[in-house]
Design a protein around this ligand. Structure first.
Ligand code: NAG
Ligand code: NAG
Ligand code: NAG
Ligand code: NAG
Ligand code: ZN
Length: 437
C-alpha cells in the first residue's frame, strides 16, 4: 500500500513510500494509488534520472518531431484482424487488443503515442519468410494499404508523409508523420519493377533481408544458422542497392549478414540506416552492429536507430541465443547502448528504432509511452540538449534528405532493366513462365 506521496526539495523529486520502502517517483503518469505502481516505479531503480530531467526531456521532445525507425503494429493487425480495419480503435488504449497472443499486448496506440511524445513513425510493412517465392508482393502491398488506411482514418492525428521536409511540415501543422518502411527484400520478388512501385506508393526504406536470404542478399540468420548463399550481396543485389539510391529509398541493413553490411557500405551512393539494431560490443547478438561497422557507418554518414528488444540489449556471450527465459532489459542498459554507439560514431549517427509491437517480450521501456524516460536518463548522464535533438530527429532528417539529394542527382539515369538470374531463385514452383525465355 502506498502510504503517502510528498515532494522533497532535497532530492528534487517526488518520494513515494510503498510497502515501507521509499521510491523516487520518476513516472508522473503512473503516479496513482495501486499496488502495481510500486513495482513499476521500482523497475526504474537502476536509472539515475530525476523528475527534473524528465521535465526537461519532455520540453526537448516537444520541440522536435521524434522519429522512430521501426514499429510492427501493422503486422499485428494482419495477424489478429486479417488486416481489416474493423474491431480495433487506435484512439483507445489498445493494451488488450491483440488476442492471438495474450502474453503480447499492444505496445502502440494514439493515447500512448501522445504520452511518449513521438512525432513520426516508420511503420513496418512485414511478412515472414513463408511468403518468399509465394505471395510476398501481395502481402507487402496489403500492409501498405493498411498503413494508408489507418493514417487516413485518424487523419485528425496522423498525416501521410514521404519526405524529410514532410516530417517537419507535419510537425509544424501539429500532426504526427506516418511513413512506411518495408521489412524484407523477399517482398519485391527479386524485381526492380516491383521495387519502383513500392517507392511510388510511399515506401521510404527497405530492409534488404528479414531472417531469410533473398536470391540476392544474405541475411544474418541464414549465415549464422546455415551457410552463406552470396557472401553478402550478389551482383543483382548491388543493382538493387543502386536502384534504391536512384529512387531515393533508404537502404536498411538491420537483419542483414555482416558481409551484406560491408557490401552495402561499399556500394551505396547514399547514407544507409539500421532501422532497429543495437550494439554488438555490449550484447553480442548477430542482429546487433559491431564496432568496426559503426566506424564505417560514421564515414558513410548513416544512422543506427537502436532497438529496445531485451534479447538485443541484455545478453552475454554465454546466453546470447538462449530464448528459454523471458529476458528483461533496464532503461539504463538501453542508455548504455546509446552511450557506447555515440562514443564510436559521435552524436550524428544515432537514432531510435524501438521495434515496438515487433517484440514478444519487453523490458522497462515497454511501449510507445516510455521514450521520455530514456531521454531523461540520457540527460542525467550528461547528454547535451543538442545531442538529444539529433537523436530524436535531426540525424534521421539529414539521412533521408541526403538520400533525396542522391535521387535528385540521378534524375537523368534510366530505371535499371536488369532481371534476376533465374538460377539464383531456388524455388520457382509458384511462378509462371518468364517472358524473356
Ligand atoms: C509466418 O506467419 C504465419 C502467419 O501469417 C504463420 O502461420 C507461420 O507459421 C509463420 N511462418 C514462419 C516460418 O514463421
Ligand atoms: C570495398 O570494395 C573494394 C574494391 O572492390 C575492396 O577492396 C574492399 O575490400 C571493400 N571493402 C569492404 C569493407 O568490403
Ligand atoms: C514468458 O512469459 C510468458 C508470459 O508471461 C509465459 O507464458 C511464458 O511461460 C514465459 N516463458 C518462460 C520460459 O518463462
Ligand atoms: C538481464 O538478463 C538477466 C538474465 O540473463 C536477468 O537475470 C537480469 O535481471 C537482466 N537484467 C536487467 C537489468 O534486466
Ligand atoms: Zn525486425
Amino acid at each position: 500500500m502506498i502510504v503517502w506521496v510528498y515532494f522533497s526539495a532535497a532530492v528534487g523529486c517526488l518520494i513515494q513510500l510503498c510497502e515501507g520502502k521509499a521510491y523516487l517517483v520518476r513516472n508522473l503518469y503512473e503516479c496513482s494509488t495501486t499496488k502495481d505502481v510500486c513495482r513499476k516505479t521500482a523497475l526504474f531503480e537502476a536509472a539515475s534520472f530525476t523528475q527534473y530531467h524528465l521535465h526537461l526531456a519532455q520540453q526537448i521532445m516537444d520541440s522536435v518531431p521524434m522519429v522512430d525507425g521501426h514499429n510492427d503494429f501493422p503486422w499485428h493487425v494482419m495477424l489478429d484482424f486479417g488486416g481489416r480495419m474493423e474491431g480495433w480503435d487506435m484512439r483507445k488504449n489498445m493494451w488488450d487488443y491483440f488476442q492471438h497472443r495474450p502474453d503480447h499486448p499492444s505496445q502502440t496506440d494514439i493515447p500512448r503515442i501522445r504520452q511518449g511524445l513521438l512525432g513520426a513513425q516508420l511503420w513496418s510493412v512485414f511478412t515472414n519468410c513463408s511468403a518468399q517465392y509465394r505471395d510476398g508482393v501481395t502481402k507487402g502491398l496489403r500492409a501498405v494499404d493498411l498503413i494508408k488506411r489507418f493514417t487516413h482514418k485518424y487523419s485528425d492525428f496522423f498525416r501521410f508523409v514521404t519526405s524529410a521536409d514532410g516530417i517537419l511540415e507535419a510537425f509544424n501543422a501539429g500532426k504526427f508523420a506516418s511513413l512506411i518502411g518495408l521489412e524484407g527484400g523477399h517482398m519485391i520478388d527479386s524485381s526492380l519493377g516491383v521495387l519502383r512501385i513500392y517507392y511510388e506508393v510511399g515506401v521510404r526504406y527497405m530492409t534488404l533481408t528479414w531472417n531469410c536470404a533473398t536470391p540476392w542478399a544474405d541475411s544474418v540468420t541464414n549465415t549464422v544458422i546455415n551457410t552463406p548463399v552470396h557472401h553478402g550481396l550478389s551482383q543483382f543485389g548491388k543493382r538493387v542497392v543502386l536502384e534504391m539510391n536512384r529512387l531515393g529509398m533508404l537502404v536498411d541493413v538491420s537483419h542483414a549478414a555482416l558481409d551484406t553490411m560491408y557490401d552495402v557500405l561499399n556500394v551505396s551512393a547514399a547514407p544507409i540506416i539500421f532501422s532497429h539494431s543495437s550494439a554488438f560490443a555490449l550484447c553480442p547478438h548477430r542482429r546487433n552492429v559491431p564496432d568496426d561497422v559503426l566506424r564505417l557507418l560514421r564515414n558513410n554518414g548513416g544512422i543506427i536507430m537502436i532497438n529496445f528488444y531485451p534479447d538485443f540489449i541484455n545478453c552475454t556471450q554465454d546466453d546470447v541465443y538462449d530464448t528459454t527465459f523471458n529476458r528483461t532489459a533496464s532503461i539504463s542498459q538501453i542508455a548504455d547502448h546509446l552511450d557506447h554507439i555515440k562514443s564510436i560514431t559521435g552524436p550524428d549517427h544515432v537514432g531510435i528504432g524501438a521495434d515496438f509491437d515487433g517484440m514478444d517480450h519487453v523490458g522497462e521501456l515497454k511501449d510507445v509511452s516510455t521514450y521520455p524516460y530514456l531521454f531523461a536518463e540520457l540527460l542525467s548522464r550528461g547528454w547535451p540538449r543538442a545531442d538529444l535533438e539529433k537523436l530524436a530527429f535531426h540525424n534521421f532528417y539529414r539521412v533521408l534528405k541526403a538520400a533525396e539529394q542522391v535521387r535528385d542527382s540521378k534524375l537523368k539515369d534510366e530505371p535499371d532493366d536488369t532481371l534476376v538470374d533465374e538460377a539464383d531463385v531456388p524455388d520457382r514452383s509458384c511462378l509462371s513462365e518468364r517472358w524473356d525465355t
